[in-house]
Design a protein around this ligand. Structure first.
Ligand SMILES: [Zn+2]
Length: 155
């Protein structure tokens, strides 16, 4: 397991970095947590056909603003995006005109779904609600005999 911190800033980019995006490379898949402006760097690290999964903590802009960069990616197996209740509605608004290129014009297939118990992935994943001003999830990932937790924006 390798972890790449593509963005760790809150609210906005600075000279030191981008807003939140963490890439976890495992033997079976690439796992991305949040889609801040650091998301635009994904293609520097994703170089093969392993599936790519993206898990959103919540919909504050600093965690989703990177979606406007989706048009530069063409992952062989597309992208599977999971998030809290309402993600399909949010995605349809944000990843669409007039904000950015709509899903139908992207170079790859993007699947969007609410995270829920019982979903199967090529790694072990659990999630729990965090304490934040809006619905927000933290994730616990186990793969390659290692475990990490991604918990952002919580009290
Ligand atoms: Zn937040």
């Amino acid at each position: 397991m390798k972890v790449y911190f593509l963005g760790t800033n809150g609210w906005y980019d600075s000279d030191l970095g981008n807003t939140l995006c963490v890439l976890v490379e495992t033997k079976q898949a690439y796992i991305v947590f949040d889609a801040g402006s650091g998301l635009s760097k994904l293609d520097k690290y994703i170089k093969d056909s392993r599936p790519v999964f993206l898990f959103l903590s919540h919909f504050h802009l600093d965690h989703i603003i990177g979606f406007h960069a989706l048009n530069k990616f063409n992952f062989p197996k597309g992208l599977a995006v999971f998030g809290t209740l309402g993600i399909k509605k949010v995605f349809k608004v944000i990843v669409n005109l007039p904000y950015t290129m709509p899903l139908s014009m992207l170079n790859m297939k993007v699947r969007v779904a609410e995270i829920k118990k019982g979903l199967r992935f090529p790694f072990k994943l659990s999630f729990a609600k965090l304490h934040h001003s809006t619905q927000c999830y933290g994730y616990r990932l186990s793969a390659d005999n290692k475990t990490l937790a991604f918990c952002t924006d919580t009290g």
